[in-house]
Design a protein around this ligand. Structure first.
Ligand code: ACO
Length: 431
């Protein structure tokens, strides 16, 4: 419930305007400037949205200073250790932890929507073998709108529900097939006797020629990676999904837009970029050189997997991910992995360096996720698709929340125009 009793006063050239202040259930107060332009004739300027709340939401809360991440009020470390991904999906979608019967029904529904239309195989085959799996995912997820016409009417709550289930259920199949295609192996169909994470590992690593047993510890680690990436309030890709959806676009198009945004190295692409950086560093004696580069204002190099727009003390997901990395590497007998040694020493060196402390730069979730994924056998190009498949539930939950709001308006930012003012066209011979 928003407390609307406070106000702020803005004075422009002697004229005063009263702005309502909205007090949320948690987090800083928000100045309501919706009527500002109409009343005062000015815009606000905030590129990168560093001080702007673009929507209201009840899904996820982050306190960057405290390193707190809550989904519907539940702390991420409790969800990562005591819950599992599909239960977290239910929580994000429906606002409450499910009863046993509700969970069973939900898991059943997701499990029974994992196959994709057989004709979609042609889309995969149409890509070059060396296509990045994220390119395939953007294309194939967008193409779902052409196959599932019965779940594109966003005004129908039942169709929205079916689209949500389809996207969560089919994303592992799409991601796994993007990978299989890139390595020239046959597509492996989903198996209903496996849970969500085990099924994904199976579709990625099984081959028809021999039996493949999913290790339950690896399946648990995979599930935890999904849980840790499930939602993160109004980040760049989620905001992209919301902006695309504000025009009334269908859910498959909106999620394809989110995948496109996630691809960038400043966002979901960071886990791939981080592992590539650790490989480039290669040995612990080169760490000082890379730390110096990260601090050099004239060098565009940044320590990938470090820093976060919101977390300024620690990323609570990174703490769980680090533990998981230790468990998985021990299980796989690769605790002495040289890249892990570089990662650990780089983290320690950066944390001890005043530059990183002053700028509040700490390892984020991506610093360790790449190490786990590589140990599981994923190539670096698959890191971001794994993130995309896990974040799909967050995108869909935020999309559902936005679409169900009767006050929904198309997103249309304004600008600070610095170009030429009106001038007359000059014929080409006179220029
Ligand atoms: N290495 C070195 N310096 C850094 C780093 C880094 N990783 N991140 C930020 N800085 C420095 C900047 O140079 C800047 O210094 P300045 O004030 O002297 O100019 C200062 O810290 C603030 O940086 P901004 O870019 O303004 O911070 P912002 O909040 O916009 O950026 C971001 C956050 C994009 C995550 C940034 O820290 C970064 O590029 N990190 C590396 C990429 C990465 O790991 N991304 C994953 C994010 S988590 C996720 O998507 C799941």
């Amino acid at each position: 419930m928003v407390d609307e009793t406070k106000t702020a006063k803005l004075t422009i050239d002697g004229d005063s305007f009263e702005l309502p202040i909205l007090s949320p259930s948690a987090g800083p107060d928000v100045l309501d400037i919706r009527k500002l332009y109409g009343q005062a004739g000015v815009f606000t300027y905030d590129p990168g949205f560093t001080s702007t709340a673009a929507c209201d939401s009840t899904i996820t809360f982050i306190d960057g200073g405290k390193g707190e991440l809550l989904h519907r009020g539940y702390p991420i470390d409790q969800l990562a250790s005591q819950s599992h991904f599909l239960e977290v999906c239910y929580l994000l979608l429906y606002d409450a932890l499910p009863t046993a019967a509700e969970l069973e029904k939900f898991e059943n529904t997701i499990t029974r929507h994992t196959m994709i239309h057989e004709q979609m195989v042609n889309f995969f085959r149409g890509f070059r073998r060396d296509a990045h799996p994220m390119a395939i995912m953007v294309g194939v997820v967008g193409a779902m709108a052409a196959f599932y016409h019965d779940s594109t009417d966003i005004s129908d709550p039942q169709q929205r529900e079916v689209a949500s289930h389809r996207l969560i259920a089919k994303m592992p199949t799409i991601a796994a097939w993007a990978y299989k295609y890139s390595i020239g192996q046959p597509f492996v169909y989903p198996r209903n006797d496996l849970d969500y994470a085990a099924n994904f590992l199976h579709m990625c690593f099984a081959v028809p020629a021999e039996e493949y047993q999913v290790d339950p510890i690896l399946a648990r680690a995979m599930d935890r990676i999904f849980t840790l990436h499930a939602d993160h309030e109004q980040n760049a890709s989620t905001s992209t999904v919301r902006l695309a959806s504000s025009s009334g676009a269908n859910p498959f198009a909106c999620i394809a837009a989110g995948i496109a945004c996630l691809w960038g190295p400043a966002h979901g692409g960071a886990n791939q970029a981080c592992l590539e950086m650790l490989n480039e560093i290669g040995s612990t004696d080169r760490i000082p050189e890379f730390i110096a580069r990260a601090k050099d204002k004239n060098d565009p190099f940044r320590l990938m997997g470090f820093g976060h727009r919101v977390y300024k003390n620690f990323d609570p997901r990174a703490t769980v991910m680090k533990q998981s990395a230790d468990e998985v590497l021990e299980l796989l007998g690769v605790e002495n992995n040289p890249i892990l040694a570089v990662a650990k020493e780089l983290e320690a060196a950066a944390l001890a360096d005043p530059y990183f402390a002053e700028k509040k730069l700490f390892p984020n979730v991506d610093f360790y996720s790449g190490i786990i994924l590589e140990a599981m056998g994923f190539p670096t190009s698959m890191f971001t698709p794994v993130f995309a498949l896990a974040r799909t539930v967050g995108w869909i939950s935020q999309w559902k929340e936005q679409i169900s709001d009767p006050a929904l308006k198309i997103g249309r930012p304004r600008q600070l125009y610095l170009g030429e003012t009106a001038r007359n066209y000059v014929n080409i011979e006179d220029r």
